[in-house]
Design a protein around this ligand. Structure first.
Ligand code: SAJ
Length: 413
């Protein structure tokens, strides 16, 4: 069995490593030369617990090779990014289109092509159409027929960053075929390493299920974030409120925070909204509520600074990652908040982030200074943005002239 995986990022590389660990020969395709060189040395260019060892072994066993071009294989998996563009949050499918065009010359009768990238409904059909155009002599899978030379399916990942290596194996997995035979072929491939249940459906339902899972979480976080604003105005402790309400056997409210970060939850719901803008009203509102939360946090800081006895009061941001106990700063509301505050209050913003050794350029250029927890806790305004275990482990005492803004309800005020 030989696999060609396009895109060796946060999902493609762990997937490639997992197949290789199970004896499959994997040819990974990347546009980033640094990633190619790093992987071919048996190392990794991303941070994910447990991934490095598996990649190292796969490369030294000769089962994983990275390159900048695809090759012939039994199956092709597309794991490229699907960002959104512009003010209307339209999905940008250019990476999917490009990857499909690149594999087309290598497609042969009997191959299976799987799209894993989070995609708007209809994208797998689009992949099949591009393949059909590029491979006129082959019968590419179609919805209305079970007879085809090339099988095409959608199979989203649902792994949690930080737990990818175990969740890839143990999570149940949705496999949506363009036709039923395609779903079965794709399920056979994932069956090589997935221990969770493989749930077969059609491609459109598979695409929508991935978007639905993340939109569900986004809507629920938005509910918590909205409650935090309401409670602030009504002088109610939102954390106490949520913990009380969650004693109800059928209520389970999530946690408010400084906003929603990461590549998935803040992006995927827009793929539903852009397809059906007149219908996806709660989903769109939830996105806006969550995107507004960092603005509200900054307003709280402005008020604290205005109320501070010191003219040049120092603001400390505790935590920069997009969620607790990881070092991933991508699409982090904490980073955006620190950056904006540094621009507004030049030279007065410091940040403590135990998971990084140096600040990302966006923050150092804005004049943020990286510090340790002890110094951060002495600032005039202490802004807790991420509930890392290093912060959870302490219960600091603040002087009366200090202001604590605790967006995670860790120490409260
Ligand atoms: N957050 C809150 N309050 C909460 C929970 C989360 O503010 O109660 C925030 C986090 O701080 C973070 C953001 O939401 O900024 C997203 O974090 P997350 O842990 O909810 O999810 P991700 O983005 O790490 O991973 C999600 C997962 N999807 C779901 O839980 C439905 C994961 O299973 C998906 O595979 C992943 O998106 C993806 O790749 O789509």
């Amino acid at each position: 069995m030989k696999l060609c995986i396009c895109g060796l990022g946060y999902i493609g590389l762990p997937t490639a490593a997992m197949f290789a660990r199970n004896g499959v020969s994997v040819h990974g395709v990347e546009i980033n030369q640094h990633a190619i060189d790093t992987i071919n040395q048996g190392k990794i260019h991303i941070v994910e617990p447990g991934l490095g060892e598996v990649v190292h072994k796969a490369v030294s066993d000769g089962l994983l090779v990275a390159a900048n071009q695809p090759c012939e294989a039994d199956a092709f998996i597309i794991c490229v990014p699907t960002p959104f563009t512009g003010d209307n949050h339209e999905p940008d499918l250019s990476f999917v289109d490009a990857a499909t065009g690149e594999i087309a010359p290598f497609i042969r009768k009997g191959n299976t092509v799987i799209l894993e990238s989070t995609s708007p409904v209809g994208t797998t059909e689009r992949v099949a159409e591009i393949l059909q155009k590029n491979c006129p002599d082959l019968k590419i899978a179609r919805e209305d027929s079970e007879y085809c030379d090339v099988y095409v399916a959608y199979c989203p990942e649902r792994v949690l960053p930080g737990k990818i290596m175990s969740e890839l194996v143990d999570n149940d997995r949705i496999v949506g075929g363009i036709n039923q035979v395609s779903a079965r072929k794709a399920a056979d491939i994932y069956g090589i390493f997935v221990k969770g249940e493989l749930l077969l459906t059609n491609a459109r339902t598979g695409e929508m299920s991935k978007l639905t899972e993340n939109a569900f979480r986004d809507v629920n976080i938005a509910f918590a974030n909205e409650l935090s604003l309401i409670c602030d105005r009504l002088h109610i402790d939102v954390w106490e409120l949520i913990s009380l309400a969650n004693h109800h056997p059928r209520v389970n409210i999530l946690n408010p925070g400084p906003g929603v970060g990461g590549h998935c939850i803040a992006v995927d719901p827009w793929f539903i909204v852009s397809k059906t803008p007149d219908l996806a009203r709660i989903i769109e509102t939830a996105r806006k509520v969550n995107d507004h939360k960092p603005e509200w946090v900054k307003e709280q800081v402005r008020e604290a600074v205005a109320g501070s006895a010191r003219k040049d009061s120092l603001i400390a941001c505790l935590g920069l990652a997009f969620k607790p106990d990881i070092d991933d700063l991508r699409e982090s509301p904490a980073v955006r908040i620190a950056r904006d505050l540094a621009r507004e209050f030049p030279g007065r913003v410091i940040a403590a982030e135990p998971h990084i050794a140096e600040l990302p350029a966006v923050l150092s250029k804005s004049g943020v200074r990286l510090t340790d927890i002890a110094e951060a806790l002495k600032a005039d305004v202490v802004l807790l943005l991420v509930d890392h275990r290093e912060f959870r482990a302490i219960k600091p005492e603040f002087a009366p002239e200090q202001t604590l803004i605790d967006t995670r309800g860790l120490w409260k005020s």
